[in-house]
Design a protein around this ligand. Structure first.
Ligand SMILES: Nc1ncnc2c1ncn2[C@@H]1O[C@H](COP(=O)(O)OP(=O)(O)OP(=O)(O)O)[C@@H](O)[C@H]1O
Length: 620
């Protein structure tokens, strides 16, 4: 992959010279013994509060980085945008040594205070900087070697600095590359969690780079207005300083906004193609965070006032035998300390089912806390789940974070895509399930947990166990009560469900569905299941004229009306299977036999892909 790094980590000599000139001009002497006195001490707790989001995302990743560097005699430092250290993680031996030169939380390392140093100089130069021993302006700091990289805010500007300081000369390329990647993970996380983000687009020229720090990330509001993007996105798009010019979606991409949204709503697990106005082609994952918000504005307000109440298990029972059976089984364990595992294809309603279990059980007045294990970078899942205590990290005095497990106390914790949980964390989760107690990262008092646990996966956990990606002991623990939600194409109640969804989509406007439209709905394979049907009906309702009250085939999306594989008279399962086999084989061929890349594009695990290939060509 030819993705050249956009930052030059080792500063040219001139950067150090410029910094020395600034240091001299500031009146600081190289033999200064007490530079700390140059500025009043920063009030650390205020700084921590002002930078709470930055600290929350950076802190667990700093631990991870420290383990990766695996270097004694080093410390990882996080500062705010004035160079004041907010957090430090490191070995106690080195921290003691570092404390002698005030390399600890609360101390400013701006150039004005410390002269040339990686933190202050990276801030002044707004770029990654390495400062080796003798290059430090103050003599007392010359035992240090430091590398520092600015952390950019989602909307541009520098939020702070991440720094690795050591008393030994580090293997520069290794540590710098790790530092750079770490900063990009933090920046991406800050972008993804922007409060108003409605649509997140991850893109790259090559599918293999998706979901890696190499991907471009662009975030838009519900109407396609620009909210933020990462620096990779700017480079991939070649649009210069996008964060300054803040172009709307359609100013960047040629592919229609609605086409992208339709794709996301129908099959978000699959990548789609995007083309920019500059003729650059990308593969992209498009994530719509809140379906309600991307409605046309006129219907959004009406829907908000008439939003259906949260479902209970009774509400989900529309007459399909498999669903009724699942509901009956789920009822037996409501309120008991038995975890529930819901499996089923994407969009079959696993989260809705989990919410319905919560609403129907004795903990219904408690919180329902959902976490998608596939959407959070592995190093962050542990902190998200378990939280961390104040003082968990060296110098920490903030409030810590409760973590989802404790947030769900008294209610229900829903772990979506549990199959994507890292193996190490699976062991910790198993222990929590056994002891029903949780200890925040970094120690602190153990707390008892009283909650219902519901997990979901669209991968087969059993197969993940066979391929070594999931712990069998956790699987046995979670699958004591395991339910399978049927794919929509197999549901006998698809008509009632379609009517229900249409009613929810167009509250206050009774719409009938014609017999021929129902026939098409019954015959369609619905790979995106209820999510796809819901979106198709939403589009169809929008196509109805003001005087029309009946939905006909002409209102439905085109792919329903020209489905080539479902000619009447052909057994449906057979044609479906044939279509799937063709898709699987074509995708593998397009990736020249690269199973990982093909599996990623199809949104399935490698194990599942191997199985499907065996089914497609049983003789091989
Ligand atoms: N019984 C239902 N009634 C109405 N809408 C439903 C029902 N089940 C699911 N939906 C809708 O279908 C969409 C997908 O549902 P949900 O997110 O629960 O599926 P999922 O199986 O958890 O999907 P994924 O595997 O992709 O996480 C949502 O918009 C949800 O509101």
């Amino acid at each position: 992959m030819k993705d050249k790094d956009f930052s030059t980590p080792i500063p040219p000599q001139e950067a150090i010279l410029r910094s020395w000139e600034r240091s001299v001009a500031s009146g600081l002497r190289p033999d200064e013994q007490n530079p700390e006195a140059r500025l009043p001490a920063a009030c650390l707790s205020d700084r921590l509060e002002a930078n709470a989001r930055l600290v929350a995302y950076a802190q667990p990743i700093m631990e991870h980085l420290h383990q990766q560097i695996a270097r004694s005699s080093s410390t990882i430092l996080l500062t705010d945008n004035s160079g004041t250290i907010l957090r430090s993680v490191g070995d106690s031996d080195f921290l003691e040594k570092a404390a002698r030169v005030s390399l600890h939380p609360g101390q400013s390392w701006s150039e004005a205070v410390m002269g040339t140093n990686a933190i202050g100089t990276a801030l002044a130069e707004q770029r990654p900087v390495a400062v080796f021993g003798e290059q430090h302006y103050l003599e007392r700091n010359r035992f240090l070697t430091c590398i520092a990289t600015p952390i950019h805010a989602p909307t541009g500007g520098v939020l702070g600095i991440l720094d690795v300081s050591t008393s030994a000369r580090p293997t520069q390329t290794h540590a710098q590359a790790l530092l750079q990647t770490t900063v990009e993970i933090i920046e991406n996380r800050l972008i993804e969690t922007i409060a108003d983000a409605a649509v997140v687009i991850r893109f790259h020229h090559q599918p293999e780079a998706l979901a890696s720090p190499l991907e471009g990330l662009a975030v838009f509001d519900e109407a396609g207005g620009f909210l933020a993007c990462n620096r990779r996105a700017e480079r991939l798009l070649g649009t210069g300083d996008t964060r300054l010019s803040r172009p709307a979606y359609w100013d960047i991409f040629e592919t229609r906004w609605n086409t992208v949204l339709d794709h996301a709503l129908q099959s978000s697990a699959r990548p789609t193609k995007l083309r920019s106005h500059r003729g650059r082609e990308f593969v992209a994952h498009v994530l719509v965070s809140d379906l309600q918000r991307v409605r046309p504005v006129s219907t959004r307000e009406a829907a908000a006032s008439a939003r259906p109440p949260q479902p209970t298990l009774d509400d989900l029972d529309l007459g399909d035998a498999a669903v009724t059976h699942a509901i009956r089984r789920a009822r037996r364990i409501l309120g008991l300390d038995i975890p529930l595992l819901i499996q089923g294809e994407t969009g079959t309603g696993k989260e809705v089912f989990a919410q319905a279990c919560h609403n129907s059980g004795p903990r219904r007045d408690g919180p329902f806390v959902a976490i998608n294990c596939a959407a959070i970078p592995a190093p962050l899942i542990e902190a998200e789940l378990f939280g961390y205590s104040a003082g968990a990290y060296t110098g920490a005095r903030g409030e810590g974070a409760r973590g989802k497990l404790r947030e769900a106390h008294g209610g229900t914790l829903f772990l979506d895509e549990i199959g994507d949980m890292p193996l190490k964390l699976q062991a910790v989760l198993l222990r929590v399930l056994e002891t029903r107690r949780v200890t925040p990262l970094g120690g602190g008092p153990e707390e008892e947990l009283n909650l219902s646990l519901i997990c979901a996966s669209h991968h087969s956990l059993k197969m993940l166990c066979e391929s070594g990606e999931f712990r069998p002991d956790l699987y046995f623990r979670l699958s004591a009560m395991s339910l399978h939600l049927p794919p929509l194409r197999e549901r006998a109640d698809i008509e009632s469900l379609a009517r229900r969804l249409l009613h929810d989509e167009s509250p206050g406007r009774p719409i009938r569905i014609s017999a021929s439209a129902l026939d098409l709905i019954r015959r369609h394979p619905w790979p995106g299941n209820i999510r796809q049907l819901k979106n198709a009906l939403r589009l169809a309702a929008a196509m109805l004229g003001p005087d029309e009250d009946t939905l006909t085939p002409g209102h439905l999306p085109q792919d329903l009306t020209d489905e080539p594989d479902l000619s009447p008279g052909r057994p449906r399962n057979q044609s479906l299977r044939a279509a799937e086999s063709r898709l699987v084989e074509d995708t593998v061929a397009r990736h020249n036999g690269n199973i990982s890349a093909a599996a990623r594009e199809l949104g399935i695990t490698r194990t599942t892909l191997y199985r499907k290939l065996r089914q497609a060509s049983p003789d091989t």
